[in-house]
Design a protein around this ligand. Sequence first.
Ligand SMILES: [Zn+2]
Length: 113
Amino acid sequence: MTYRSKGALKFPKPVPSKTQKRKKKAEKGQWVSWVRERVFERDNHRCRVCHKRAEEMHEIVFRSLGGLVSLNNSIAVCRACHVHLQRHVLDVVGDNANEEMQFVLHVDKKSGW
Ligand SMILES: [Zn+2]
């Protein structure tokens, strides 16, 4: 006697197909551009740090640290400020991008500023 009844323990392996992966990636891309549009609108296409024309979007909690691409976590910035933010020469004070934020410049770090 075996415990294996026909088909009862057959679960499909949760391996996404290439098409599914591609679809997921495309959906993520759509989400990012949707958020990007809203963020730029909210920030009037101006850099939240220096008020120059914004070109990029920055996540306050880095995506690499689990930060989400969302309106709360994203601000519009210019390229120069984005580089400084990524190098932590410039840090964001506050965690809600929908509210007024402050920025701290660390002059002790060699920034070239
Ligand atoms: Zn800037």
